[in-house]
Design a protein around this ligand. Structure first.
Ligand code: FDA
Length: 507
């Protein structure tokens, strides 16, 4: 579904003054569809009815990013900025509404400059988490970065929404490790050090959602120090083996005792629970901790796999213990099954009866999806107030829940309706167990069902429409984000269906 636009010729002409033609893919180009779909994750947004861009600008340098912003402003064409392309609602490369826009794809901008002596790195915006892990681990086996569990996720989307993963209990969420950034603002100017130029903008981009505040072209990260050897353990337990009771016990361990070296992420699906453990130390110490706190899981020496942090990341993200670290560099996209995700936060343990009900009434159904439980606590909340970054799900949060349902066949239709119907049923059932007023949600698990922006008569996103979804993602931090937006992009140039609206008066 293409939209022609009166100013599009002038826009393209303007781009051609700075950006070589071979970096701009117009709709008429034979490569347009393959470039557009190169990082699309969900085939739901690769159909004939998807609203597609006028063109794709594959910037290979910061001046190209600046030119795209300036030409877009001058000729009334908005940009959708894309780094890893993993947005759950596809907002980095499609528009829900019919409007003229261009995709600014940053995947060519992906150098990672690791400075081991400073335990720091500059990473270009278009790098993936896998590329970051590889560069860090290859530079020094005792350096690491607390990222997520999928290697092809872009660092920019990940950091822009907070960034949760298996090391956050020790080192905080991904955004907690951002110390500076380079940003192209709504005038097309480069801010070479946001930390020096605008602390409030730095606060906003460390978790306040992508797209809204400008184009991040590079991030400066603090790296974490890890031991030479870490331990990975994967254990699956069925309902008959006590899966529900084990999940109920696991919930009680997150905040007490304080064990930040240990993270157990749980995937519940069908009639089993899968306990994925990363321990930032050796097996012997892990087994002592498990014997003291969680003997019911029955972890044994033979379950442990000891390896470097880099190999552990390859194992966890690629799914095989012998996966070579180079596998982290693979960006190949595989348009798999259709998928819909939602999220919640749990602050009060659900308990055994609750988990038995979830398994029996929902997860064991034919065609059911799964739930991923990511424990918080540790460095996510210890001494870190909810306003330290825009990510507000810290004090008192036990864990994040991600609901995932897959289907194949058609994007819409009876199979899709059954899958999303199942998801709706489980989400409704969970209401009794999760946060309320607001029902918290994770910005990086974008979900347009919780609200969508409306644009007012002045052509600017209304604050009230943004509050509906924005307070679920950002709670008390939403207003402050809107105030930053009102200062750095009052005309609302950088926007999508869930971008931060500009708050123009008073804060
Ligand atoms: P994408 O390029 O689609 O961008 C996402 C948003 O950020 C868009 O609005 C985009 O416009 C904006 N944006 C992108 N680059 C920008 C830039 N340089 N400047 C400004 N705005 C920019 N999350 C998590 O916390 N932990 C996890 O373990 C996982 N695991 C995971 C697995 C899989 C398979 C998927 C599909 C997703 C996840 N996620 C996740 C969620 C992920 O963090 C989220 O979808 C990110 O936004 C993806 O970032 P990308 O750069 O890939 O997305």
């Amino acid at each position: 579904f293409f939209l022609s636009y009166a100013g599009s010729d002038e826009f393209l002409q303007c781009l051609s003054q700075t950006i070589p033609n071979e970096l701009v893919y117009q709709q008429s180009s034979s490569s347009f569809v393959s470039v557009l779909q190169s990082s699309v994750q969900n085939p739901k947004y690769a159909t004939n009815t998807t609203v597609r861009p006028l063109c794709i600008v594959t910037a290979s340098g910061v001046p190209h990013v600046q030119a795209a912003v300036r030409c877009g402003r001058a000729h009334g064409v908005r940009l959708r900025v894309r780094s890893g392309g993993h947005d759950y609602e596809g907002l980095s490369y499609r528009s829900v509404r019919p409007e003229a826009f261009a995709v600014l794809d940053l995947s060519r901008l992906r150098a990672v400059d690791v400075r081991p002596a400073e335990a720091a790195a500059w990473v270009d915006a278009g790098a993936t988490l896998g590329e970051l892990y590889y560069a860090v681990g290859a530079a020094d086996r005792r350096l690491a970065f607390p990222g997520g569990a999928c290697p092809t996720v872009g660092v920019s989307g990940f950091l822009s929404g907070g960034g949760i993963g298996l090391m956050m209990r020790k080192y905080g969420i991904g955004a907690d490790s951002v110390v500076d950034a380079r940003v192209v603002n709504a005038d097309g100017d480069l801010i070479a050090s946001v930390a020096s130029a605008d602390q409030e903008l730095l606060w906003a981009i460390r978790g306040g959602g992508g797209e809204s505040f400008g184009v991040v072209v590079a991030w400066r990260l603090r790296l974490s120090r890890v031991e030479d050897t870490v331990t990975v353990v994967n254990l699956q337990r069925t309902l008959d083996e006590g899966a529900a009771a084990l999940v109920a016990k696991w919930e009680t361990l997150i905040l007490q005792p304080y064990l930040p070296d240990l993270t157990i992420r749980v995937v519940v699906q069908d009639r089993h629970a899968f306990f994925q453990t990363l321990f930032l130390g050796r097996c012997s110490r892990l087994l002592r901790a498990m014997g003291a706190f969680f003997p019911e899981l029955g972890m044994a020496p033979a379950d442990c796999r000891e390896m470097t942090w880099l190999r552990a990341m390859a194992f966890i993200t690629l799914g095989a213990a012998d996966a070579p670290a180079e596998g982290l560099l693979n960006r190949t996209n595989n348009l798999g099954t259709f998928v819909k995700n939602k999220s919640d936060y749990v602050r009060r343990a659900i308990g055994l009866a609750g988990w038995e009900g979830i398994f029996q009434q929902h997860l064991s159904q034919y065609g059911a999806g799964l739930m991923i439980l990511e424990p918080h606590g540790g460095a996510v909340s210890a001494g870190v107030p909810d306003f330290a970054t825009p990510y507000p799900h810290r004090q008192g949060v036990l864990y994040n829940v991600q609901y995932v349902v897959f289907w194949s066949g058609e994007a819409n239709g009876t199979v899709a309706a059954a899958a999303t119907g199942w998801l709706g049923g489980l989400y409704g059932h969970m209401e009794q167990f999760v946060t309320s007023n607001p029902r918290e949600a994770y910005a990086n698990y974008r979900d347009l069902e919780i609200g969508e922006n409306a644009v007012g008569g002045d052509g600017v996103t209304t604050y009230e429409s943004g509050r509906v979804w924005g307070e679920k993602y950002f709670m008390g931090n939403f207003r402050r984000l809107a105030a930053v937006k009102g200062r750095v992009d009052p005309g609302d140039y950088f926007r999508n269906e869930q971008s931060i609206p500009p708050l123009l008066q008073g804060f």
